[in-house]
Every structure is written in C-alpha cells, then in structure tokens.
Design a protein around this ligand. Structure first.
Ligand SMILES: C[S@@+](CC[C@H](N)C(=O)[O-])C[C@H]1O[C@@H](n2cnc3c(N)ncnc32)[C@H](O)[C@@H]1O
Length: 216
C-alpha cells in the first residue's frame, strides 16, 4: 500500500540515520562529498530541501560551524530530531512542502537537497527550481545529491508503476504519496536549465547516485 509522503518518513524515524548510513550504497562517501562542495564562507546562508534529520548538515557543520541554515521538511518528527542534534546552531526549520513554502528571494549563498527529490516529475520540479533559482544570491548554486534512473525506460517504468498503484488504491494523481520515481540525469538537467539555472554539471557519481551542481 502507498503511504502519504509525510506518514512514510514519520513511521521510519526510529533508526533512520543508521538505516541511511548503512543500507544506502555510498552514503558514507556522498554525505561528506556533498558537504565539501557547499560554501565555506563564515555565516553564509544555506537552504536545505528535504533536510530530514540533517545527515548532510552533520558533515557540513564540521567544515562551516557558523553557517546559517534554513531546512524545509514535511515531517515534524524528522525536524525535531534534527533540532536536537544542532541545538546550538543558527537554524530555521520549516515544516511544509518545499513546493508550497515561500523562499526568501536572493538570500541564500547555496542550496542543497539530498535523497529527497526522486519522487517528482520534471513538470513538478520546474516551478520549484525556478523558485529556488530566485532564492539564490548572484553567484549562488544548488547541489543535488540523489539517485537517478539510468535509462528513459527505467524512468517510465517507475512512473507507470506509481500511476497504476494510485489508480488501484483510488488516490488522486497529484497527491504526494511515497514511491520512488527518479528522473534520468538528462531530464533533471533539463528541468534545472528550464527553471533558469545557467549551467548544470555532474560533480561525481557512485552507481546511480549523482551529485549535480546547478549554478544561478
Ligand atoms: C530520504 S529522506 C532524506 C533526508 C536527508 N536529506 C538525508 O539525506 O538524510 C527524504 C526527506 O524528504 C522529505 N520530503 C519529501 N517530499 C518533500 C516535500 N515535498 N517537501 C518537503 N520535504 C519533503 C521527507 O519528509 C524526508 O524527510
């Protein structure tokens, strides 16, 4: 049975960090790698989309302890766990969908999203990425660490499976339920460019997990 996106993550909060670090391939490499690519200027502003319990921030604060972070996540449980870890940090947490939450314009030096955006279509992502583009300062950039479909056929198969499951379970097409539908890197790149980013490059990959940098 499909579960609502926020219910899915609330239900898996216990043991979440350990699960990510031990069962997700290359997690021990991609969290530190992602953190190293983020801005290192003292007091810089970073936006984290789908921050969860903040695994990427654990690595980032080691490199830039004075960074000011805004984290957005649908799950209050994940955000409460994150807040406990970083009680001494300048961090603003927003419990909302990143599709709905307004972002401050031209505030952020950098933005990041790790393992969160593989649930959405290109059409859903373009307006989100346009809002993100406006939220970045000139010279700012977005780092996307996520897993991707390795072919168009794989991308279509995930999407068709989700459509069929929603139809079987009487769920509206546009409702956010948890089911992985990763795009190909090519389609993700197109979404970022259509949203206004000036350049998009792959920094690294481990199997199907890629780190993509999109410059404002
Ligand atoms: C697999 S977790 C990744 C969390 C964290 N970035 C990490 O790597 O450990 C995915 C997170 O994305 C959040 N999420 C999914 N869809 C979202 C949306 N539309 N708006 C905000 N958060 C969302 C979930 O609640 C969950 O905490």
């Amino acid at each position: 049975m499909l579960e609502k996106m926020s219910d899915f993550f609330e239900a898996r909060l216990d043991g979440y960090d350990e699960h990510m670090l031990t069962n997700i391939e290359s997690a021990k490499e991609f969290y530190p790698f992602t953190a190293k690519q983020l801005p290192t200027t003292a007091n810089c502003h970073i936006l984290d989309l789908g921050c969860g319990t903040g695994l990427e921030l654990e690595e980032y604060y080691l490199l830039n302890p004075s960074a000011r972070v805004t984290g957005i996540d649908l799950s209050q449980g994940m955000l409460s766990a994150l807040k406990k870890k970083f009680a001494d940090k300048d961090i603003t947490l927003i419990c909302d969908s990143y599709f709905d939450a307004p972002f401050d314009v031209s505030l952020f030096d950098g933005a990041v999203s790790v393992e969160s955006l593989h649930h959405f279509t290109k059409e859903e992502k373009v307006p989100l990425y346009a809002k993100l583009h406006r939220a970045l300062k000139d010279g700012g950039y977005f780092l996307l660490t996520d897993y991707f479909s390795l072919s168009n056929e794989e991308e279509q198969m995930h999407r068709q499976n989700l459509i069929a499951l929603k139809a079987e379970q009487g769920i509206a097409d546009d409702a956010f339920y948890h089911y992985d539908t990763p795009l190909t890197v090519k389609h993700e790149t197109e979404a970022l460019l259509e949203a206004g980013f000036s350049s998009v490059e792959v920094l690294e990959n481990w199997g199907a997990t890629y780190i993509i940098k999109a410059a404002k």
